[in-house]
Design a protein around this ligand. Structure first.
Ligand code: HEC
Length: 144
C-alpha cells in the first residue's frame, strides 16, 4: 500500500514537471504575447499621435472614435472586430488601404507608430520596447 502511495506521488510530481515545461516553452516562443503585454512605448505613441493628427484625423476624428463615414479606431466596436486578429493584421490593413486617398504613402515606422497610438487610446498599457514594424513579429502579437 505504501509503495503504491509513493508511486502515485512520483507520477503526480512528474505530471507537474511536464506542465511547467509546457507553460515555460509556450511563453518563451513569443507566440502568446498580446497587446496587453506592453508592446509599445509612450514616446512612440506620441510620435504616432502626431502622424495620426496629420494623416488620419480628418476622417477618423481627433479621438479616433469618428463613425460618420470612416470606421472608429477605438472603443468596443473596434476592439470587437480586431480581437480575432493580430497586431500584424491591423498593421497590414492600415498600410494597404490607408490613408484612403493614398494608401501606403507613409513609412513602415510611421505605420508602427500610429498602431502604438491606437493601442494607447484603446487603453492597452505601454512598455519598455517599441512596437516593431517587422511583419513576422507583429503577427505574433494577438489583439485582445
Ligand atoms: C479620407 C478619409 C480617410 C483617411 C484620411 C483615413 N481613413 Fe482610415 N478609413 C476611412 C474609411 C471610410 C474607412 C472604412 C471603409 C474602408 O475601409 O475603406 C476606413 C477604415 C480604416 C481602418 C479599418 C477599421 C476597421 O476596424 O475595419 C483602419 C485601421 C484605418 N482606416 C486606419 C487609418 C489610418 C491609420 C489612417 C491615417 C494613416 C487613416 N485610416 C486615414 C477613411 C479614411
Amino acid at each position: 500500500m505504501r509503495d503504491c502511495y509513493q508511486g502515485a506521488r512520483i507520477i503526480v510530481a512528474g505530471l507537474m514537471a511536464v506542465g511547467i515545461v509546457c507553460v515555460a516553452g509556450a511563453q518563451g516562443g513569443g507566440a502568446l504575447r498580446t497587446v496587453r503585454d506592453g508592446v509599445y512605448t509612450t514616446q512612440q505613441a506620441e510620435r504616432g499621435a502626431a502622424v495620426y493628427a496629420r494623416e488620419c484625423a480628418e476622417c477618423h476624428g481627433p479621438t479616433l472614435q469618428e463613425d460618420d463615414g470612416a470606421a472608429p479606431l477605438a472603443g468596443s466596436a473596434f476592439v470587437g472586430v480586431w480581437k480575432a486578429y493580430s497586431a500584424g493584421d491591423l498593421y497590414e490593413r492600415m498600410r494597404k488601404t490607408m490613408p484612403k486617398e493614398s494608401p501606403g504613402r507613409l513609412s513602415a515606422r510611421e505605420y508602427a507608430d500610429i498602431l502604438a497610438q491606437i493601442l494607447r487610446v484603446n487603453g492597452y498599457p505601454a512598455g519598455n520596447t517599441e512596437l516593431t514594424d517587422r511583419m513576422e513579429l507583429l503577427k505574433q502579437i494577438r489583439f485582445e
